[in-house]
Design a protein. Structure first.
Length: 318
């Protein structure tokens, strides 16, 4: 997906340059944008995601499938050329000829002319396309494996989710697109947590609710209290979010302080050499079990360019 800011600055059409540009923008705004998103607007993108889900549930005897990022990063996405063209195509026949010609002229200098002129339709258009993706994923998953439980992570405030993330989960619940709602109630405020979990339970309809608790922000005592609050609200379960990478880095920190980390790299050097790598790669690939991003960033410590490149390519598969 491409933000409105990038669209106004003319993102390069060349694919590698385009991906590089939006990747750098995502890193620069990591507090709001959690990486790169595939837009649900085009049929090709929705078909690709649907094929991936079909392949997963067909290959493995899973009981359920969970969609974590079934949302837009913010309401400032997606302003890619393909999405803007799709919106113009859908809305072109709904406005007068004079307005259509005027917006087309404006779009030659300001690519966001159509969304700027029709903000409510622009939001509804993106919400609809995301809902189409949710429906396609559910249909494909149940066709490949009947009886599967379909869940998704959702923003806890239904109105904010619809307007800021274009994620109309309240409608998804009413339409039966989700069996379970997993609201990300990661607040450290006890009163706010109680309010949000009650709202989600009210808006969920027939869908079950598994309340997400941000344990990484809370003390053990506060986490237990939130679990009790969620149960009192009548939710079907709770999900405790504690980043896996936190536990891994704690383990690595203990090894480093004890001196065993350096020994591990030395001991692993001979084994890693059999696949064309060095002992340093062992530590980086170990960290890639939790998250490939910091592992790839840490490859700068490998002096040999060939070994560094090989480690970067292997890390995402750990």
């Amino acid at each position: 997906m491409c933000s409105s800011d990038l669209a106004l600055r003319s993102v390069p059409a060349d694919i590698p340059l385009y991906v590089g540009t939006i990747a750098r923008a995502a890193r620069a705004n990591s507090e709001q944008v959690e990486g790169l998103y595939l837009s649900p607007v085009t049929a090709a993108a929705r078909d690709y995601s649907t094929r991936v889900v079909t392949d997963l549930v067909s290959r493995y005897a899973v009981d359920g499938i969970h969609f974590d990022y079934l949302r837009f990063p913010t309401d400032e996405f997606d302003y890619s050329a393909t999405t803007l063209a799709a919106f113009r195509s859908e809305m072109g026949g709904t406005v007068s000829a004079d307005m259509r010609e005027r917006l087309d002229r404006q779009a030659k200098t300001t690519v966001t002319a159509w969304p700027d002129a029709l903000p409510e339709a622009w939001s509804a258009f993106r919400q609809q396309r995301l809902t189409m993706l949710a429906a396609s994923l559910r249909t494909a998953a149940l066709k490949a494996r009947p009886g599967l439980v379909v869940s998704a992570a959702v923003a806890p405030d239904a109105d904010e989710a619809r307007t800021q993330r274009l994620q109309d989960w309240r409608a998804w619940a009413r339409q039966g697109l989700l069996d379970v709602l997993c609201p990300m109630i990661y607040t450290a405020d006890a009163a706010q947590f109680a309010t949000l979990v009650a709202r989600v339970k009210r808006d969920a309809g027939n869908a079950a609710v598994w309340a997400g608790i941000g344990a990484y922000k809370l003390s053990p005592e506060r986490t237990v209290e939130n679990v009790k609050t969620a149960r009192k609200a009548g939710v079907g379960g709770v999900l405790v979010f504690l980043p896996q990478i936190l536990l891994l880095f704690l383990f690595i920190g203990i090894l480093e302080d004890s001196g065993y980390l350096a020994r591990a790299a030395l001991i692993a050097d001979r084994t890693m050499a059999r696949i064309g790598l060095q002992g340093k790669s062992f530590i980086l690939l170990l960290s890639a079990y939790a998250c490939a991003v910091p592992a790839i960033m840490a490859t700068r410590t490998i002096e040999n360019k060939r070994d560094r490149t090989a480690t970067i390519l292997i890390a995402p598969f750990m």
